[in-house]
Ligand binder design. Structure first.
Ligand SMILES: NC(=O)c1ccc[n+]([C@@H]2O[C@H](COP(=O)([O-])OP(=O)(O)OC[C@H]3O[C@@H](n4cnc5c(N)ncnc54)[C@H](O)[C@@H]3O)[C@@H](O)[C@H]2O)c1
Length: 220
């Protein structure tokens, strides 16, 4: 097991890629905090992990709200006493076209997709600094390297989750999913796999990198 007794916080863990990461990390021995705006679904993923014999906490969080993120950190430390891995997976994809997107939707996207990263890192980095180790999946590598904390980013291609279905027909979604050099539809588990590696000791000297996981397709 690559993550035995590590404590992993996965935002956006209630479904899609985040759920695959949470279940994958639990299978590798991690204790997982499944943190998501959708509290019932987060609880169901935590239950799924427990049925597999793992240790999990489902927790409702809004990553764009500082006090909510603080509550997540407090609950994590109260339940598991430490944090080793932070996966900033929570995100939204509100409209595909920059022309159609309202300013309010743009602000909301930045608040969640970017601001959420900032708030979660700020809440969990002090504990990682103190223990001189940690894994964060996103940005900040140079600042945190001297503390033994590695930071890497994952850039997924179009994946088979609810997200692209928010504003594309099923036919369009399937057409995109199949237009890759590899004869394979990108599933959440395909993205979770490399993240498990980056979170493990085997990736101790990999930091500040971005990985495209897209079945060989860069742009459509
Ligand atoms: N699916 C794709 O094709 C694709 C492609 C590129 C990048 N991504 C990124 O991967 C990540 C996961 O995508 P997915 O396809 O699993 O999406 P998804 O919509 O299935 O899951 C996203 C999760 O984030 C949660 N979330 C949204 N806003 C939140 C908030 N404010 N606080 C807490 N949780 C919140 C949602 O409730 C949901 O459970 C996202 O950051 C997304 O931008 C996805």
């Amino acid at each position: 097991m690559r993550l035995k007794n590590k404590v992993a916080v996965i935002t956006g863990g209630a479904q899609g890629i985040g759920r695959a990461i949470a279940v994958g990390m639990a299978r590798e021995g991690a204790k997982v905090v499944v943190a998501d705006l959708q509290s019932e679904k987060a609880g169901s993923v935590a239950d799924e992990v427990k049925i597999l014999g793992g240790d999990a906490l489902g927790f409702e969080v809004n990553v764009a709200d500082e006090s909510s993120v603080k509550r997540l950190a407090e609950a994590t430390f109260a339940e598991f006493g430490r944090v080793d891995i932070l996966v900033n997976d929570a995100g939204v994809y509100l409209k595909s076209s920059v022309v159609d997107m309202s300013e309010a939707d743009w602000d909301r996207t930045l608040d969640i997709n970017l601001g959420g990263n900032f708030l979660c890192c700020r809440a969990f980095v002090p504990a990682m600094r103190e223990q001189k180790s940690g894994r964060i999946i996103k940005s900040l590598a140079r600042e945190l390297g001297p503390d033994g904390i590695t930071v890497n980013a994952i850039c997924p291609g179009s994946a088979n989750t609810a997200m692209p279905r928010g504003h594309r027909s099923e036919e369009e979604v399937m057409q995109r999913l199949h237009s890759t050099p590899l004869p394979h539809v990108l599933e959440p588990e395909d993205i979770a796999g490399p993240i498990l590696f980056l979170a493990s000791d085997a990736a101790a000297y990999i930091t500040g990198q971005s990985y495209n996981i897209n079945c060989g397709t860069y742009m459509y």
